[in-house]
Design a protein around this ligand. Sequence first.
Ligand code: PLP
Length: 394
Amino acid sequence: MFEALKPQPADKIIALIAAYAADPREGKIDLGVGVYRDDSGTTPIMRAVRAAETANLQAETTKTYNRLIGDAAYLAAVKPLAVGDTVDLARVTASQAPGGTGALHCLFELCKLARPGARYWISDPSWPNHEAILRHMGLPIAKYPYYDEATGAVDFDAMMAALDDVQEGDIVILHGCCHNPTGANLDLTQWAALTTHAALRGWVPLIDLAYLGLGDGLEEDAAGYRSMVSRLPESMIGLSFSKNFGLYRDRAGAAIVVAETPEDAGMAEGALAAINRLNYSFAPHHSAAIVATVLGDADLTADWQAELKDMRERVTGLRVALAEALKRETNSDRFNFIAEHRGMFSRLGLTPAEVETLRAEHGIYMVGDSRMNIAGFHPDDIDRFAKAVAKTIR
Ligand code: PLP
C-alpha cells in the first residue's frame, strides 16, 4: 500500500541544514534554522535548565502516568507566566503539550470542536507550519497582509483592511512577539486597535508565543498580547519553551485557553484533556518538569532570566552591528530596519537569486525568502557578510 504514497514536499529549512553540513568551505555562515546560538556557535543548555534537570533526576521517585491534562506544577507555573495578572486565573486553563507545535495543534483541534466552520487567519508571511498544519487538518485558511518590504515595518493599514472580512467566530492567529519570519512587531497602539476590532467583530485571537523574552524582555514582550487577552472574553495562547528555555528537542509547550467564565474554562479543560488522550495520551514529562522546577524556585528563575537576558542582548547587539556594517558597505539606509526589529529573525529583502548567489559564492546560507537567523552570526562574520551582500546587490 505504501507505493500509493506521494513524495512529500521537502521542508526548505531541513534541506538547508543538509546543504550547509555538506559544504566543505571554511567560514561558511549558517543563518537558516531558527535556533539560538552563542558566540561559539553552540546552542547551549541553559544553566538553570541543567540545575533543574540534575535535581529532578535525584528527586524523581516514579515514572508512572501523570494527569491527561498535564503536570499540575507545570501548568500552575505556566499560566501566570503567559497571562501575568491581567485576568482571573479561574478563567484560564491549560494543557501540557509537546512543544509549541503540539500546543498549536491542540488548540486548532479545540477550535474545530468548539467552532466548526471558523476560518483561520494567518499573517502573510508567517511561520510556514501554521499553513501546513491547518491544511493537514483540512481547516479553512485566510491570510492578512502583515509586512511592508519597503519600510521593514508592519503594514498595519493593510492588515486591518484585510481583517474587515473576518466573520464572527473566526480565529485570528497573531504572533505574540518576535514575529517569524519578519522580525517586525505590533506596537501597543496596534494591539489596542486589534483588540477593539476583535471585541466589535467577535473574532477570537490565538496567540502563537514561541519567543517570549527574546525581544525586549519577558514583561515587555508580553505587554501587547496581555493587554488584548485582558480586554476580551475569550482568547488562546500556544506557548513554546523551545527557544526561551533552550528545550528544543525535549518538547515543552502549553495550549492555554482564556475563557469567558470559570465554567467555560472547565469545559475547555475537559476537551483539552480528551484531545491529549486521542493524540498521545500524555505529553512528555521530562522537559515540563524542568520548566516547573525552574519557575518554582526563585533562585533558578532569577538565573534563567539572567541568562535569557544575555541571549536577548547578544541578538540585539548583533542586530545593531549588522545594520551598521550594511549601512557602511552599501552606503545606504536600506537595512536600518534590522536594528529596529526584534527576535531571532529578519528578512533581508533580497531576491531568491541574490540569496542563491550568497550561498554559491560566499557560503552564506539563509532561507529563500532571505530570512536570517540573527543568532546564527558570529560577531567576526558580520563584516564579511555585509561586504558579500553589498557585492551581491550591486
Ligand atoms: N511558532 C513559531 C512562530 C515558531 O517559530 C516555532 C518554532 O520555530 C514554533 C511555533 C514551534 O516551536 P516548537 O514546536 O519547536 O516548540
